[in-house]
Design a binder for this molecule. Structure first.
Ligand code: DC
Length: 206
């Protein structure tokens, strides 16, 4: 069984996807980590994440160790990930890994293009979103929880810029698949969103 969960940054996809995977006994893949790891690799050698050649080379040489890094979150990693994600050759290099991951045992995958490109025939597709304000509050709380200080305005501006870049890029833009179910979590806490998502998954699979 393949469950595709797409949506904008900080909509709560990751938490939801992880909990659904645990509830159903499926592996979980956070596909954003792949793009984050590529961005980091480019930054490591002083490169520009918008440089097609540097980013593509990095995407083709990822290893599992790249996903274990502790510096894949935060503003610099966010921006680099969004930049490398707009490069078609980077996306192409990461496609097989994602498809192979899902087809061995089934999986829950979250990202931006899982239901549209990676698994267009997924058994269940959820498009998880929330208002910019709700996402800003959540992301800000998460950053403070890591012990970092950042003005909330900076978080809001960063999310808005990343949404815009992810939605308007030519390669696999963030878009709700025609057959995906919309789940707006603006007025839900994590438990409510999980309960609702699990109901939707069960409706589609029973
Ligand atoms: O989900 P995330 O915030 O960790 O994703 C980081 C960036 O990677 C995001 O700006 C968009 C990109 N991404 C993508 O283009 N396609 C995916 N399937 C997952 C993430």
């Amino acid at each position: 069984m393949i469950i595709a969960i797409d949506g904008p940054a900080a909509a709560g996809k990751g938490t939801l996807a992880r909990r659904i995977a645990a509830a159903l006994g499926l592996p979980y893949l956070d596909t954003g980590l792949l793009y984050r790891a590529v961005g980091r690799r480019v930054l490591d050698v002083g490169g520009d994440p918008a440089d097609v050649e540097a980013a593509t080379t990095a995407a083709r040489s990822l290893t599992d160790a790249d996903f274990q890094r502790t510096d894949l979150r935060g503003p610099e990693a966010d921006k680099a990930a969004s930049q490398v994600a707009s490069i078609p050759a980077v996306r192409a290099a990461l496609l097989d890994y994602q498809r192979h991951y899902g087809t061995t045992k089934g999986a829950v995958l979250d990202g931006r293009d899982i239901g549209t490109i990676v698994f267009p025939n997924a058994d269940v597709k959820l498009f998880v979103t929330a208002s910019l304000e709700a996402r800003t509050q959540r992301r800000h709380a998460e950053i403070l929880g890591r012990g970092e200080l950042i003005p909330i305005e900076a978080v809001r501006a960063d999310l808005a810029a990343r949404d815009e870049a992810d939605r308007t890029r030519a390669a696999a833009p963030l878009i709700q698949a025609a057959d995906a179910t919309l789940l707006d979590t603006s007025n839900m806490n994590a438990d409510e969103a999980f309960a609702k998502a699990l109901r939707l998954v069960k409706q589609k699979t029973i």
